[in-house]
Design a protein around this ligand. Structure first.
Ligand code: CAA
Length: 261
């Protein structure tokens, strides 16, 4: 796979493993990290052999400690606005990525780090993970979706408290609050994330795309529209070869062979 300056990307079977690789800066999300991640995700999305991705942080301390403060400190407001700073995170890693990806969060996931994790389809957290939106302590507010995605994930009370105080929550609290799918011992995080990703990668491809699209639609539509969309995608999948194969394999008590057709 391509070489990048601030991340690594490797294929592990059908799973692409992307590692944020600026451990000395606690994997802070600089504009170069954004460019590298966009390229790695575009390659993942375009590669038919790759079916699920895992994003994690290098080093023991952090998934990512936020947007790069040193890069933002001297930047004038006009540049923030002219660049529409941070808009490309949502457009690339949420909107343009139809295949599933998992955030495997080790250590700090703060500010943009927490926001990147929330762009993933779900978060697996190491027991040493710490989540927070400390932007207020820098004189700003979250800018990569934190006020919206954290509120949808954990509800108003906890989101408001975290965002107004900048305090961190540990992995256990994050799991209780619904931000995290599961907490695992730090030493097992990567293995577990790759195992779950491999399981997802082995599912029927079209149903996987539909399932992701439908769960995400729950955040954007009314209940009626979402349920109609779900039914229509269910009907559409009934016309696929994989539906015929999946149901025959069940009845014949054998493993299915998916074609993605
Ligand atoms: N940007 C740039 N550099 C960062 C960084 C960041 N977000 N977070 C940490 N670093 C750098 C530190 O400056 C330090 O570099 P030097 O060795 O060159 O001084 C190195 O990483 C190690 O950090 P610390 O010495 O601070 O490590 P610590 O263990 O004492 O503290 C920490 C860890 C509590 C995570 C602390 O680093 C911290 O508070 N980081 C900033 C967290 C933050 O405010 N994030 C929000 C950023 S704004 C944002 O993300 C906007 C948005 O919504 C997108």
């Amino acid at each position: 796979m391509a070489e990048y300056e601030t991340i690594t990307a490797e294929r592990r079977g059908a799973v692409t493993l992307v590692t944020l690789n600026r451990p000395k800066a606690l994997n802070a999300l600089s504009s170069k990290v954004l460019e590298d991640l966009i390229a790695a995700f575009a390659a993942f999305e375009a590669d038919d052999t790759q079916r699920c991705a895992v994003v994690t942080g290098s080093g023991e301390k952090a998934f990512a400690a936020g947007a790069d403060i040193k890069e933002m400190a001297e930047k004038p407001m006009a540049d923030f606005y002219a660049e529409d700073m941070f808009s490309r995170w949502t457009s690339h890693f949420v909107k343009a990525t139809r295949k599933p990806w998992i955030a495997a969060v080790n250590g700090f996931a703060l500010g943009g780090g927490c926001e990147l994790a929330m762009m993933a389809d779900f978060v697996l957290a190491a027991d040493n993970a710490k989540f927070g939106q400390p932007e207020i302590t820098l004189g700003v507010v979250p800018g990569m979706g934190g006020t919206q995605r954290l509120t949808r994930a954990v509800g108003k009370a906890k989101a408001m408290e975290l965002i107004l105080t900048g305090r961190m929550m540990d992995a256990e609290e994050a799991e209780r609050a619904g931000l995290v799918a599961r907490v695992v011992p730090a030493a097992d995080l990567l293995d577990e994330a790759l195992k779950v990703a491999a399981k997802i990668a082995a599912m029927p491809p079209l149903a996987t795309l539909a399932a992701k699209e439908l769960v995400n639609a729950a955040f954007e539509t009314t209940l009626d529209q979402g349920i109609l969309l779900e039914r229509r995608e269910f009907h559409f999948l009934a016309g696929t070869e994989d539906k015929a194969e999946g149901m025959s394999a069940f009845i014949e008590k054998r493993a299915p062979e998916w074609k993605g057709r």
